[in-house]
Design a protein around this ligand. Structure first.
Ligand SMILES: Cc1cc2nc3c(=O)[nH]c(=O)nc-3n(C[C@H](O)[C@H](O)[C@H](O)COP(=O)(O)OP(=O)(O)OC[C@H]3O[C@@H](n4cnc5c(N)ncnc54)[C@H](O)[C@@H]3O)c2cc1C
Length: 465
């Protein structure tokens, strides 16, 4: 990049990609996240948020119930009990809570909102990123915070053969639709036969929604991917499962053939043939290859991790590696779980499901999943809101303590490190906690970082994670 161009390009300290839960939480902690570079003067703004098309929740109806109670998003997850049916948080309330949190952050920092999505992010020189948006805007950033979510839904063409649609009039509903679109705004084949494919929570909700429309639902999950094992985190979908026990099949859809219909408005006239192999009711021993004539096929088999961070230049993408849970706050050992991803130069941090997907694209899904063992079941799924928030809080509060090392640092080094954990604690309070750490260290032959983290939690009242 020429120096003239450099002069003319607007510059910010942090480019934040994404405007969902993860971005919102990370923004609250922006000054405590372990970026290698600190704020320098001379920027046009401190933070530029490229928010994309709105997060998952912006597309739900306000009265839709989320998977957990509101308390979970505020309190210590370790104390959380499963919510009863009346206490699940409404999407509208969650959106309002998020809006207020963002407003607060924006007031605290000099922030600009950039319309559109990030189309391309390129690193140039050692210290800058050039962000190009779908609206044709460009700006430079010192650091990059990516909270772009789990990425686009996996396309059915990548896992089953889809035939060509004959040139007949369109039906009043999409015949083949992904589970998220179906939940948010997808019209249903009212009265027709609907196949829902997938064994995770989204497919359970799809089954629930399709059943309300009095469709005949065939809920199908692939045994090779655990069948319906992941469908019911924290008992959230027990009711849907109980009502659909007779509709739950194990099997693999192999091919979708569009056969066309004489009356596109009559959903009962099935326009699709699904060829499924080894189809059997859950619990049956043997299955058989079957052809089903249905009206609609809803697929919810997750997102494609290779697409989650595809706007990053190859150099930056390749340099991403896990930020480990060095203090074993969320996992059995220090290197058992990742809280996020970072670049070689420490100027990129990826958080939330974007980090989990980035990791799995690099061949490692286990790191993030291991975090789940530290959480009670209401806090799951592991790519859900609580886990995303906890990992970001972990990055801000505990990774900062990696240097100095809790096990060896002296009193002054500890007090300095504690500043990053709680800005509001007084110097006297930080020194007291540092003294307590030293006392615990010397009172035992062997002390773990985890124990010392507890001393910090007790002393500074940081709770939360
Ligand atoms: C149907 C469904 C139901 C769910 N229900 C629950 C639940 O009940 N409880 C729970 O805990 N979890 C649930 N989850 C998971 C939950 O959505 C995630 O945990 C949470 O929303 C993740 O937040 P996020 O900010 O990381 O990602 P998202 O909410 O997906 O937000 C990603 C953000 O990145 C932006 N973005 C994407 N690409 C770009 C780009 N190139 N440039 C700029 N911005 C970009 C998007 O516009 C968006 O603002 C559900 C997920 C789905 C799909």
């Amino acid at each position: 990049m020429s120096s003239l161009y450099r002069l003319l390009t607007p510059r910010v300290n942090y480019a934040v990609l994404g405007s969902g839960t993860s971005a919102n939480t990370a923004l609250r902690y922006i000054d405590s996240l372990p970026f290698s570079k600190s704020f320098q003067r001379g920027f046009d703004a401190k933070i530029a948020i490229v928010g994309g098309q709105g997060d998952v929740w912006s597309r739900f109806q306000s009265d839709f119930l989320m998977g957990q109670s509101g308390a979970l998003y505020k309190s210590d997850v370790a104390d959380h009990k499963p919510a009863d049916a009346n206490r699940y948080m409404k999407v509208g309330d969650y959106r309002e809570q998020q809006r207020q949190a963002l407003e607060k952050t924006v007031k605290q920092h000099q922030t600009v909102f950039v319309p559109g999505s990030a189309l391309k992010v390129q690193k140039y020189g050692r210290h800058d990123f050039l962000v190009t948006t779908t609206e044709g805007l460009q700006f430079a950033a010192n650091n990059l915070l990516m909270a772009t979510g789990a990425g686009p839904e996996r396309d059915p063409g990548t896992f089953l053969k889809v035939g060509k649609r004959p040139s007949v009039p369109r039906r009043a509903f999409p015949e083949v639709i992904n589970g998220t679109d179906f939940m948010m705004n997808g019209a249903s084949a009212r009265g027709g036969v609907v196949v829902v494919y997938g064994g995770a929570p989204t497919s359970a909700w799809n089954t629930g929604i399709a059943s309300i429309n009095h469709n005949q639902v065939i809920w199908m999950a692939n045994p090779a991917f655990g069948g319906f094992k992941a469908a019911n985190p924290a008992g959230r979908n027990s009711e849907i499962i109980r009502q659909n026990l007779d509709n739950m099949y194990w099997g693999v859809p192999e091919e979708i053939i569009y056969k066309g219909v004489s009356n596109p408005l009559d959903a009962k006239e099935g326009g699709l043939v699904i060829r499924a192999s080894n189809l059997r009711l859950q619990g049956e021993k043997t299955g058989k290859d079957t052809e089903l004539v249905v009206s609609q096929f809803v697929y919810a088999i997750g997102t494609d991790p290779r697409l989650a961070l595809s706007f990053l230049d190859p150099y930056t993408y390749d340099s991403l590696s896990p930020i480990y849970d060095v203090h074993a706050c969320f996992s059995a050992s220090a290197f058992n779980a990742a809280l996020g991803l970072t670049s070689e130069d420490g100027d990129v941090i990826v958080v939330g499901p974007a980090a989990y997907k980035g990791l799995s694209a690099k061949g490692s899904s286990l790191l993030w999943e291991n975090m789940a063992t530290a959480f009670p079941s209401p806090a799951r799924p592991y790519a859900g809101i609580t886990m995303a928030n906890a990992s970001i809080e972990g990055l801000a509060n505990y990774v900062a303590l990696h240097n100095p090392n809790l096990l060896t640092a002296n009193r002054q080094q500890l007090a300095e490190g504690l500043k990053k954990i709680s800005h509001s604690a007084t110097e006297k309070n930080r020194l007291q906690v540092a003294d307590k750490i030293i006392e615990v260290r010397s009172s035992k032959d062997r002390v773990t970082e985890r124990e010392l983290v507890q001393v910090i939690k007790d002393g500074l009242g940081t709770g939360g994670v």
